[in-house]
Design a binder for this molecule. Structure first.
Ligand code: SAH
Length: 377
């Protein structure tokens, strides 16, 4: 591998002249001008975000002169994190070929050794460890089984140590990257992939998603809607609407309104985000919200997120049976959210699929659940 040849000593955690620099965490920024990403931006994020990187990705079209040809599988990617250089190089050594997922390439048993060596300390606890292993070993099932068995055997060997690693992991999870950011990244990726130009952020709150949408010029018209005027003022501050250049200022609008009432201003958009909002609505009024969004506004794509109640068992500070926020009217299990979403989709001619957001627990799922609705007519 070219990476190992070019950065061999750094990959081993050594520096000829500046050993102390090799041992401390540095704020690093890695820019990769052209990166093939099979699985798109969502997969890219699911690889790097659990390791604590923040990810910026820009999709290349096949030919800028002919946008109609569609998107290529190449991306420009910027990763930032505070880490030791060796750690970053080990992540890249494993994950870049995983993203490429090049099939015709012979792999031998020594690739298992390389994977385990470069993956030491992070791969066995990575939520995507299976897919990483599968792709790194070029879909060779026998090698993959061997690698996974060896990755997990340490866990079984010493339960105390496994529990310690787990606790440390939980603690650092929050430092690594906030769930908020992952949610934002996933929603943004869905909206980008949908090709939407005109987008709604329903229940936009203080406008974190709006800021990200505004920073991406492929979104030509952005509308934030919230019932709370106070929250909208905060959003206007955060976005510094007053100070924006006129061309940017024209792209964004904030509207006060309730998602319980039909609103002609919301019709005709390509996509809508409804991020951590539905659980704030009164259950008896959900039917009204369904009509407002799916019958009247009817955007082609809807990305909706809500907490997964099952995952609450992992939050130690949360008393059993309580919600994550006192303004939540309910929190759904995965089965509850999915059956609600499937009913609403089929009644309104949408197709729906579900994606986990945040670190996934084998039994409990991920902390946030996302439904992506696509209009079928
Ligand atoms: N989407 C934002 C905010 C989530 S908090 C984020 O992810 O950060 C939920 C938001 O929904 C609050 O800002 C609240 O004011 C808004 N909200 C609650 N009920 C609403 C309703 N009926 N109509 C529109 N917005 C509503």
């Amino acid at each position: 591998m070219a990476l190992a040849r070019a950065f061999g000593t750094a990959l081993g955690g050594r520096s000829k002249d500046r050993q102390t620099l090799a041992e401390i965490e540095l704020p690093l920024e890695i820019r990769i001008a052209v990166l093939p990403c099979r699985g798109g931006e969502l997969f890219l994020r699911r690889l790097f975000e659990p390791l604590g990187y923040s990810v910026d990705a820009l999709h290349h079209s096949l030919d800028e002169k002919f946008p109609g040809w569609g998107e290529s599988r190449y991306w420009s990617v910027k990763l930032s994190a505070k880490k030791r250089l060796q750690e970053v190089l080990q992540h890249l050594y494993v994950l870049l070929p995983v993203l490429d997922d090049e099939k015709h390439y012979w792999v031998g048993k020594d690739e298992v050794e390389k994977l385990l060596r470069r993956g030491e300390g992070w791969l066995s606890t990575h939520p995507e460890r299976e897919e990483i292993t599968r792709r790194y070993l070029k879909h060779q099932h026998r090698l993959m089984r061997e690698a996974l068995a060896r990755l997990t055997e340490d866990e079984d060997a010493d339960p105390d140590e496994a529990a310690e690693v787990h606790a440390a992991e939980e603690g650092s999870l929050e430092e690594r990257i906030s769930l908020n950011q992952q949610r934002l990244g996933s929603v943004l990726a869905v909206l980008r992939q949908s090709g939407a130009k005109r987008v709604l952020d329903l229940g936009c709150g203080e406008g974190r998603l709006l800021a990200a949408l505004l920073a991406d010029s492929s979104f030509a018209e952005i509308v934030g809607v919230d019932v709370s005027p106070r929250v909208l003022e905060k959003a206007a501050d955060r976005l510094r609407l007053e100070g924006l250049a006129p061309r940017k200022r024209e792209r964004i609008k904030l509207l006060q309104g309730s998602l319980m009432y039909r609103d002609a201003r919301l019709a005709g958009y390509d996509a809508a985000a409804v991020v951590e909002v539905v659980e704030h609505l009164d259950p008896p009024r959900l039917a009204a919200f369904e009509r407002v969004l799916f019958e009247h506004a009817r955007p082609a794509t809807i990305a909706m997120t809500t907490p997964n109640r099952e995952y609450n068992a992992k939050f130690e500070t949360l008393a059993a049976g309580t919600f994550r926020h006192r303004d939540h009217r309910f929190e759904w299990t995965r089965a509850e959210f999915q059956s609600w979403a499937q009913r609403v989709a089929s009644q309104n001619r949408y197709a729906v699929s579900f994606l986990p957001v945040g670190p996934e627990d084998a039994a409990l799922g991920s902390p946030t659940q996302m439904a992506v609705f696509r209009r079928t007519d």
